[in-house]
Structure formats: C-alpha cells, structure tokens
Design a protein around this ligand. Structure first.
Ligand code: SF4
Ligand code: F3S
Ligand code: FES
Length: 232
C-alpha cells in the first residue's frame, strides 16, 4: 500500500527555518513507521536524520510527534496511522537536525533527582532483600525507558523548560518508594523545589503519551502526597 509521509525537516547548515517535505513509500500496512523512515533514508534521501536503535520499544530513542501525538516510531503500525502521516520532532527541545532534538537538558533533569540506589553502611554478603509487596509499590515506574514522550507532551514544560518534568519525577518515584533506598528525604527535597513536582497541574498528557503505559500522573500524585503527609 502507498503511504505519504510528511516530515518536518531542518538542517541548521542550510535552512533558516524548518520546512515540510513529503515522501511516498510502498509499504505493508503491518510495517511500522520506523520501517518507512528507514525505507526513505535508504532509497530516497540519505540525509534524513532520526534516532533509533532497538526497533522494539526498549531503548526509547525514536520518540517523535506522529500525527500530532508523541509516540515511538517503532511501535506505530502504518495501518493504524492512515495513508497520510505527519512526523515532527519532539516539542520543547532545540532541534539539532530533522527529527533529532537536543536532549542534554532532559538527562540533566533526570540526573538531578539522583536516579540510583542510595544506601549507607557495608553492603550485605548477598543481595538487598525485598518482599514482593514492597516491590509492587514502585513496579510501574521501573518501566521507564527515558524516551521523553511524557515531558515533551506537557504544556507546563513547553512554557518553561526548567520544570523538572514528568520523566524525572517518574524516576524519582522509582527510588523514593523503593524500600531498600535511603535517599527518599534527599530526593523529596529536590522535587519539592520551585520548578519541581508542584508545577504539575495534573493535565495527564504525560500519561497518555507514555509508550510503556506508566501511570505517570499517578506517580506524580504519589510524590505530592508523600510531601504533604510525609507518608512513604
Ligand atoms: Fe517515556 Fe514513559 Fe519514561 Fe516518560 S515515563 S520517559 S513517556 S517511558
Ligand atoms: Fe504535565 Fe503530566 Fe502534570 S502533562 S501537568 S506533568 S500530569
Ligand atoms: Fe528503540 Fe524505538 S528504536 S524504542
């Protein structure tokens, strides 16, 4: 079947501003959008720039705006997108080239919440133990692949990129509610800052955008409750 893919392109070396370019490709309806982009790159325009790695929804590198919604190109089947498809880079980050955005600030926000186990004392001879019930408390937020689809769909982030963003908050949740971790107070203090968790206005775009089905808004609400009621 024939698909028309309309791509928002930008080459900082020659373009004053972004421009749209259309490509027509013959693909199977069960192919993914990532396959179509690859087809264009291999057979029509090798200068088309986009990130991808795993092609299976795991690495988080090919988040983009597809028909107006943040999605992973490797998880979208062409038959679900229709014969005319628009593709744009994620909103809120500087576009480096075509569909590639500068994610340095995103990873800086991620690092700011200390996304690693904080534990004092001597490590045990075996592993740190945890019951299935203790693990279940933060199971959902362990699924994050840092694709940035949530943060770049949040209107609060569009207005102010110093907002720590839902992705960093999801990862703060992942450690704050881990029974083995001892850094909860430290991290809660970080997310309690002016551009932290309270900037969230419960808009839910982040939850709708998450390709891993994480309850992003719920995780943020858990953090707010932990701060308000000091209940972990
Ligand atoms: Fe991507 Fe979901 Fe993680 Fe946000 S929470 S970065 S949308 S996987
Ligand atoms: Fe933004 Fe999600 Fe909150 S879209 S306002 S972070 S619920
Ligand atoms: Fe890895 Fe899509 S290419 S998530």
């Amino acid at each position: 079947m024939r698909y028309t893919i309309r791509i928002r392109r930008f080459n900082p070396e020659v373009d004053q501003r972004p421009r749209w370019q259309e490509f027509t490709v013959e693909m199977e309806p069960t192919d993914r959008l990532l396959d179509a982009l690859q087809e264009i790159k291999e057979h029509q325009d090798e200068t088309l720039a986009f990130r991808r790695s795993c092609a299976h929804g795991i690495c988080g590198s090919d988040a983009m705006i597809i028909n107006g919604i943040n999605r992973l190109a490797c998880k979208m089947l062409l038959k679900d997108l229709g014969p005319r498809i628009t593709v744009e880079p994620l909103r809120g980050f500087k576009v480096l080239r075509d569909l590639i955005v500068d994610m340095d600030s995103f990873f800086e926000q991620y690092r700011s919440i200390k996304p690693y186990l904080i534990k004092g004392g001597e490590p045990p001879a075996t592993e740190y133990r945890q019951t299935p019930a203790e693990r279940a408390v933060y199971d959902d937020t362990t699924k994050c692949i840092l694709c940035a689809a949530c943060t770049t769909s949040c209107p609060i982030f569009w207005a102010n990129q110093t907002f720590v963003g839902p992705a960093a908050l999801v990862n703060a949740h992942r450690f704050i509610f881990d029974s083995r971790d001892e850094g909860a107070e430290e991290r809660l203090e970080i997310v309690n800052k002016r551009m932290g968790v309270w900037r969230c206005r419960t808009i839910f775009n982040c939850t709708d955008a998450c390709p891993r089905g994480i309850g992003v808004t719920k995780a943020i609400e858990d953090l707010k409750r932990a701060l308000l009621y000091k209940k972990l």
